[in-house]
Design a protein around this ligand. Structure first.
Ligand SMILES: *Cc1c(COP(=O)(O)O)cnc(C)c1O
Ligand code: SF4
Length: 337
């Protein structure tokens, strides 16, 4: 079996539709140990496998410990009940938002709101804090979007709209163009921010139509991408990041500190260097949210702090991400130090 190269796809939608969701296919493609397959089959019954060909092609065949593979690899460990790990670690589902009649809009912090625009992603990251999130109830369909617009118009203190998900760039260019136009009409809004993994896992998504609606808006566009390891960058990703910068998008990265992926100093140094080579500034390094099924990724806080201090001693200041954790009820992400 072979990967399908990006050049073989007619569109990003086709590439997305061809994402690998069957563990048997992943195992064959990457020549993974057969004795681990039954446990994987059990794990995907709780959270589906999903990974794009493009991302898979950056993994090393036969390497069970490949840092990209680990991020999407279903394991038997996910089924263990571990103390302190919960289905909704950030208490978002019970969160009292400014839009209590729906779950599609979250305001936890001053001057910015986060919209859960869609429940779909191009990859399923096994450590995702939303792996148990009831996405079907939390998508901005037309009435909810209208409702969100009304709330944004009425709350003049809001300056920034964060489109998150899921992955907001899964939405069509027609819809995103229309949303951007509607947001730009709200005078007190200054910025739109996208939290997206697609420039990394489905670079084909950064197409001419997307660059066009981005270039049209009066709003400052910020894209917070999500890469955890230097191996996630290849020439195709770098080309697309360059396109985004040409369209005046401010590029930032958030990563999650993950055991077995990027918990070594060298991996973090290389990640920051790979990011800045693409014009992306490291923004956040998150401690793992304690979501059930992800305990095998945990890096103890003391070790995280030590790693972060070493990173500071190795890199230019702007290449050191802020080490943060999310504590429900706090007015911002909490800096760990
Ligand atoms: C993380 C988050 C934000 C963004 O916080 P910044 O510190 O500005 O990046 C906004 N709203 C919610 C609900 C969040 O979880
Ligand atoms: S892309 Fe983001 S939201 Fe989607 S599964 Fe990965 S971490 Fe979760």
């Amino acid at each position: 079996m072979f990967y399908v190269a990006s050049t073989e796809f007619k569109s990003w939608q086709q590439a997305l539709a061809t994402a690998i969701t069957d563990p048997n296919v992943l195992w064959q493609l990457l020549q993974l140990p057969a004795d681990q397959l039954p446990a994987a089959e059990r794990a995907v019954a709780t959270f589906r496998l999903k990974v794009t060909h493009s991302y898979c092609a950056r993994m090393k065949r036969g390497d069970w410990h490949d840092p990209l593979l680990r991020q999407v690899l279903p394991l038997g460990e996910e089924l263990a009940q571990v103390d302190g790990y919960h289905a909704d670690p950030l208490a978002e589902q019970s969160f009292h938002s400014i839009m209590p009649q729906s779950t599609g809009i979250l305001q936890k912090y001053a001057k910015r709101v986060l919209l859960i625009s869609t429940g779909t992603c191009a990859v399923h990251c096994r450590y995702c804090f939303r792996r148990h999130f009831p996405y079907h109830q939390a998508q901005l369909n037309a009435p909810l979007w209208e409702n969100a617009l009304t709330i944004l118009r009425d709350n003049t203190q809001i300056e920034e709209v964060i489109l998150s998900g899921g992955d907001p760039l899964i939405l069509s260019d027609n819809k995103l163009r229309q949303w951007m136009e509607q947001l730009a009409h709200i005078p007190h809004l200054k910025r739109v921010r996208f939290h997206t993994r697609l420039p990394i896992v489905l670079p084909l998504r950064i197409n001419a139509a997307l660059l066009d609606w981005i270039s049209q808006t009066r709003l400052t566009v910020i894209m917070v991408i999500h890469a955890n390891h230097a191996n996630e960058f290849n020439s195709e990703v770098y080309e697309k990041l360059a396109d985004l910068r040409m369209a005046k998008v401010q590029l930032l990265n958030q990563a999650v500190l993950l055991r077995g992926v990027n918990d070594q100093l060298q991996a973090q140094v290389e990640l920051s260097e790979a990011l800045i080579a693409g014009g992306v500034l490291p923004y956040y390094l998150h401690l793992l949210d304690k979501v059930s099924g992800a305990a095998h990724f945990d890096v103890p806080k003391a070790q995280a702090l030590q790693l972060h201090r070493q990173l500071q001693s190795q890199l230019s200041g702007y290449l050191v991400p802020k080490l943060v954790e999310e504590i429900p009820g706090q007015p911002a992400k909490t800096w760990v130090f």
